[in-house]
Design a protein around this ligand. Structure first.
Ligand SMILES: Cc1cc2nc3c(=O)[nH]c(=O)nc-3n(C[C@H](O)[C@H](O)[C@H](O)COP(=O)(O)OP(=O)(O)OC[C@H]3O[C@@H](n4cnc5c(N)ncnc54)[C@H](O)[C@@H]3O)c2cc1C
Length: 818
């Protein structure tokens, strides 16, 4: 038996990169096991090209000296022309050679034996090798990739692998030459395999359950599919009956395109421009039939062939079914981990819940790579995630160690981010003050701009709408961009603006939920350039998806409205309560953009059925929730708002929404008042502590007059509409967050009661309607008009946004539906 400080299991990109980083820590004995790049060499098809681009295909190392360029220079192994930053993707065999070269440089003493067991042994772990040898290690880093997670749909259970196999079981598809092969799946590995089968002489056909074909880098046919609308889709697909995937095929068949009206041809050509690698893959699949939105119903062995029946009634008998059905992470499938360890790892749907340093709930046990995606975002599924993962691991382990280790850590930090180095150097050498980037410039963004601007903080506003905040005297930069809806594109856009305007170390403020999700998911990339107060995905997913929010609230004893999650119309039978109901999305952005509403009311079961079908068509059936409708308008709605850090509220405020627009399911408050309600503080802080929340947050509640309980409706992990009320009541939320981000001391404070905020442009029509309906007394309304303290937009000291709002009102009403 030998001993060491850290055992790394795996010699793929993650294991090798982690080893290269940890070997920088003096006196830390690190042992690394695994066959170098074996998954890439054995489980990916010959002839494949990487889907990640040149920059994203670099395995991170602490000195940035083991790059693809350095590999080319050192080995004379020139990658195909057009590599580098240009379009042509990296071939698989070159990437394997690069990984093996990296291993020889960084981990020359790699031990290629297999690990068959890891057990906890008091202060650390006992690692068991396949030849019976053992290693005692203080920490274990698992970086064994996704091979054990290959997903086979249950319909194919029991079929021999000669008839149905997973894509990961093959290296060379040429053995299928002359055979009929049905490829199941619409993702990258299915498509790439179909292209290789076709090129290798097989008769390939693709069937995908999804209605969209995902090409590369988030460029999905979905973009096109959604952009076209149902009528055009019908026209478009009728001639070929191939579903959205057919667009690329159509573009490659000029005669089909010519049948379409001119304007549509132009639009298609314009929209069909996509990343070169995706375009290239689409071209390779031009002659491969694809069927989207189809499910496999039955699978039968038919002699030496397989009979497959689809849900449209069609059947085919093929020589082989290739399952491009991807991978499903489940830590329990890591067979070498003892049962005791598997049970001790906190997990969510098979994904380990990880802490900084990618440490599991078992102290000293770290998991890198794709399983870290639930906690640290989708980047962890790709080679480019090695940068964040290795640094995080290094910082964690070095930070826990000796002073010497910390010095090493600082050296590494001083090296700065791996990408955008040139700009980073310029930024570091300049003495520019730190500012804030506000993403979204409506009245909510304006509140942030004014709060920070008053403290002389420079501000850059990024928006995809004609918004009012850019007219503020405090806005120092304003950038209009095309769209901030798609998460990955938003992140790219924000990074691009940050680099172009040299906004290094500025603090990011999202104002919409989808931007919060994007920042949380891609936090590792963003933190290379910005200060990102948005918490990591591990925390944000509890507020982003209401299914998570309600589940946790129920576990914590926080009341919530009675809620059902039907998967289809038949499941509505399970809604055993009396109408009225409210239909709401689990993820509100998907629904709000499509319907401009926060929820729909169903007064009876017929309406419930109809509305469920409409809602399911918008967001998918799994995302529609049915709730018992709590009676009462805005006056029954309350909110707790805070700057929360390390388990306590540094700044807090409780309000009553006196009026909201629309009155029943208010998308936005129009008249709000601060109040004292300690119960809401207790409930909210319990929730925020449970998810270890950091940052600005608003929790919305409704008082149920039937049982007197305050029921949690929603949690917003960002600033909220009326946050500008805060400074008037003694709590300047945006500035508190900024001060904390730049390392200043922030004094705890609580809002005083009785301060009111109004948004006149929406409150006036809301109040008039209520007066006409007899729900509001006009004397009371005039009283509120005379006495409110804070107006959302109009300000004597910063008048232009108010004037801009009046001018932009028709545009904003159309765009947002108010
Ligand atoms: C078809 C396909 C195409 C892909 N294309 C791309 C792409 O273009 N770009 C991209 O960034 N990502 C791509 N990926 C994702 C890619 O797999 C991961 O980014 C990458 O492999 C993750 O590296 P890893 O180190 O976590 O795992 P792996 O590369 O799988 O390495 C696992 C290592 O663990 C070792 N190991 C496993 N079990 C044991 C054990 N019991 N004992 C000792 N050693 C063990 C293996 O020998 C290997 O060395 C693709 C994935 C697939 C399936």
């Amino acid at each position: 038996m030998t001993t060491c400080d850290v055992t790394i299991i795996g010699a793929g990109p993650y294991g090798l990169s982690a080893a290269a980083h940890l070997r920088k820590v003096k006196d830390l004995e690190v042992r690394v096991f695994g066959e170098p790049m074996s998954f890439w060499e054995r489980n990916m098809p010959v002839g494949m090209f990487l889907r990640s681009n040149w920059t994203a295909t670099q395995i991170a190392d602490p000195h940035r000296s083991l790059t693809l360029e350095a590999f080319q220079a050192a080995t004379g192994n020139h990658l195909p022309a057009g590599s580098g930053t240009s379009a042509r993707p990296v071939p698989l065999d070159s990437f394997v050679q690069y990984g093996q070269w990296y291993q020889r440089q960084a981990v020359p003493d790699l031990d290629q034996r297999k690990i068959v067991g890891v057990e906890s042994n008091g202060k650390g772990f006992l690692v068991i090798l396949d030849d019976g040898d053992t290693v005692k290690s203080r920490r274990v880093v698992v970086a064994v990739g996704i091979a054990s997670f290959a997903w086979r749909p249950p319909e194919f259970e029991g079929l021999p692998s000669s008839l149905a196999s997973h894509t990961s079981e093959h290296r060379d598809f040429r053995k299928f030459a002359g055979k009929q092969v049905l490829v199941v799946g619409g993702g990258q590995s299915a498509l790439e395999s179909a292209a290789l089968l076709h090129e290798g002489g097989a008769e390939a056909e693709v069937v995908a359950r999804t209605h969209t074909i995902h090409w590369l880098h988030g460029w999905a046919s979905k973009t096109l599919h959604h952009g076209l609308g149902p009528f055009v889709r019908k026209v478009l697909y009728a001639p070929t009956d191939v579903g959205p995937a057919g667009i690329s095929q159509l573009m490659a068949r000029p005669d089909s395109v010519r049948r379409l009206p001119r304007w549509l041809q132009d639009r298609l050509r314009k929209r069909a421009v996509r990343p070169a690698a995706a375009r290239w893959l689409a071209a390779r699949l031009r002659d491969v039939p694809m069927w989207v939105g189809r499910r496999i119903v039955t699978v039968k062995i038919c002699g030496e062939r397989v009979n497959v029946r689809l849900d449209d009634g069609s059947e085919r008998v093929v020589d082989h079914v290739l399952l491009g059905t991807g991978y499903r992470v489940d830590v329990a499938k890591y067979r070498f981990l003892s049962d005791e360890l598997v049970q001790a790892i906190r997990h969510h749907n098979g994904y380990p819940v990880l802490k900084p340093g990618l440490e599991t709930s078992v102290e000293g046990l770290h998991i890198l790579g794709a399983p870290a995606a639930w906690s640290f975002g989708p980047l962890m599924q790709f080679v480019s995630g090695t940068n964040y993962a290795s640094r995080s691991l290094f910082n964690f382990i070095a930070g826990n160690g000796s002073r010497q280790m910390r010095d090493e850590n600082n050296d590494m930090k001083a090296e700065g981010p791996i990408r955008y180095e040139a700009v980073a150097t310029v930024a570091k050498s300049s003495q520019k003050p730190i500012g804030a980037v506000v993403v979204g410039g409506d009245y909510q963004g304006l509140g942030i701009v004014r709060s920070l601007g008053r403290q002389n903080v420079p501000i850059c506003i990024i928006d995809d709408e004609r918004s009012i905040a850019r007219f503020s005297r405090y806005a120092t930069h304003s950038v209009g961009v095309k769209s901030l809806r798609d998460e990955r594109r938003t992140v790219d856009t924000v990074l691009e603006v940050g680099h172009r305007l040299n906004l290094r170390e500025w603090v990011l403020y999202p104002t919409r939920d989808e931007t919060v999700a994007a920042f949380a998911r891609y936090r590792p990339i963003l933190t290379e350039w910005f200060r990102v107060p948005t918490d990591n995905w591990n925390t944000i997913q509890w507020v982003w998806d209401k299914r998570n929010t309600y589940r946790l609230a129920n576990d914590l004893g926080i009341p919530t409205p009675q809620t059902w999650h039907p998967r289809n119309v038949d499941d509505l039978e399970q809604v055993r309560s009396d109408p009225p109901f409210v239909l709401k999305p689990a993820i509100k952005e998907h629904f709000i953009y499509a319907t401009k509403a926060k929820g729909w009311r169903a007064n009876n079961r017929t309406e419930l059925r109809e509305l469920f079908q409409r809602a399911a068509a918008q967001v998918g059936p799994g995302e529609v929730m049915i709730q018992d409708l709590i009676p009462g308008d805005g006056r029954h709605q309350f909110a707790y708002c805070a700057f929360f850090k390390e388990g306590r509220a540094v700044g807090s405020m409780v309000v009553r929404r006196n009026r909201q627009h629309p009155p029943e399911f208010g998308r936005a408050s129009t008249f709000v008042e601060t109040i004292e309600l300690p119960l809401l503080e207790q409930l909210s802080e319990r929730f925020l502590r449970a998810i270890d929340y950091y940052g600005l947050v608003e929790l919305e509640y409704k008082l149920d007059p039937r049982d007197g309980q305050y029921k949690l409706l929603d949690v917003n992990g960002r600033t909220w509409g009326y946050h500008a009320l805060g400074p008037g009541a003694g709590v300047d939320f945006p500035y508190m967050l900024f001060a904390d981000q730049i390392g200043e001391q922030v004094e705890p404070c609580r809002a005083r009661a009785g301060v009111t905020w109004m948004r006149l442009v929406t409150d006036l029509p809301t109040a008039i309607l209520q007066i006409l309906n007899g729900q509001l007394d006009w004397h009371a309304y005039l009283q509120s008009l005379r006495n409110f303290q804070v107006e959302a937009v109009f300000s004597k000291t910063d008048p232009l946004p108010g004037l801009a709002e009046l001018a932009l009102l028709p545009y904003l009403s159309l765009k947002r539906g108010f």
